[in-house]
Design a protein around this ligand. Structure first.
Ligand SMILES: [Zn+2]
Length: 270
């Protein structure tokens, strides 16, 4: 049906203000929407289709393809890629059915399943998908896991982080000296502490394992809502590290956060 056309994907972004510097990107952009699949002759044809479908984003009938460094106005632009071969293969594989909710998905490219032999050969919805005009948001894998393990003790060395997980800032204090370690985790804090106690290779973990468990107090300082951004969690953790002086007189080695790194551009559909 689309035999003479190429499959493209497009992302529409807004450049909010080039005078406001974004921490990582150097300028301030926001992704407005994604069009994961557009059949077109070429990129110019993709632009025409976007103009027709979303005239509100492209004033004066112009579709910009890149931000202009010196432009201080707010404007929309679009990033267009042809689909990779592996994405086209996912389309060609056709329909798939979720083993948890029974929803029939059009193909594995438009709604990607969570798929792994670890889950008893089952295949699950991974998050958002469209049914009619409704956008359904759930992770069938998370729902299945919750149901399956409801009567079981969870192994303590796995990750149980999902979108509903809080962020925890915790403190481990050596009773005799008052020196402490401040950390953060989205996993259950007990699991994080178990990590420190059994196999963490951090200076704090190594020290902890030379002492007795009864030398320590473990506590949660603050629970932050799931929606809290990584940089906000990092900021709050850093405040506690400063408050308890746990770098100069404690077990934190330095204020750093490996999680706060810029997201790679161009892998938005991965
Ligand atoms: Zn499902």
């Amino acid at each position: 049906m689309n035999q003479n056309k190429t499959a493209f994907k497009a992302i529409i972004r807004v450049c909010k203000s080039l005078t406001v510097k974004d921490e990582y990107m150097g300028f301030n952009t926001v992704e407005v929407l994604r069009e994961p699949l557009i059949y077109a002759e070429n990129k110019a044809d993709v632009k025409l289709q976007l103009l027709e479908k979303y005239p509100q984003f492209f004033q004066n009938g112009k579709v910009y393809e890149k931000e202009t460094k010196n432009d201080k106005a707010q404007f929309f632009y679009v990033v267009i890629f042809p689909l990779y071969n592996h994405e086209i293969e996912l389309i060609n594989e056709g329909e798939w059915v979720c083993d948890h909710c029974g929803h029939v998905h059009e193909n594995k490219y438009l709604s990607r399943p969570i798929e792994s032999r670890k889950f008893e050969g089952k295949i699950f919805c991974g998050g958002d998908y469209k049914t009619g005009n409704d956008l359904v948001n759930h992770s069938c894998y998370e729902l299945w896991k919750k149901e399956k393990f409801k009567h079981e003790e969870m192994p303590d060395d796995l990750n149980y982080i999902n979108k509903d997980s809080s962020h925890y800032i915790y403190k481990c204090t050596e009773k005799s000296t008052g020196k402490c370690y401040v950390g953060k985790t989205r996993n259950a804090p007990f699991f994080r502490w178990w990590n420190h106690l059994t196999h963490s290779s951090s200076p704090f973990g190594l020290y902890l394992r030379q002492t007795s468990l009864s030398d320590w107090i473990f506590e949660v300082l603050e629970e932050l809502p799931p929606s809290t951004s990584e940089s906000e969690v990092f900021r709050i953790e850093s405040e506690y590290i400063v408050k308890f002086n746990s770098i100069n007189n404690g077990f934190n080695s330095l204020i750093s956060n490996k999680n706060v790194v810029p997201k790679a551009v161009g892998t938005l559909f991965e």
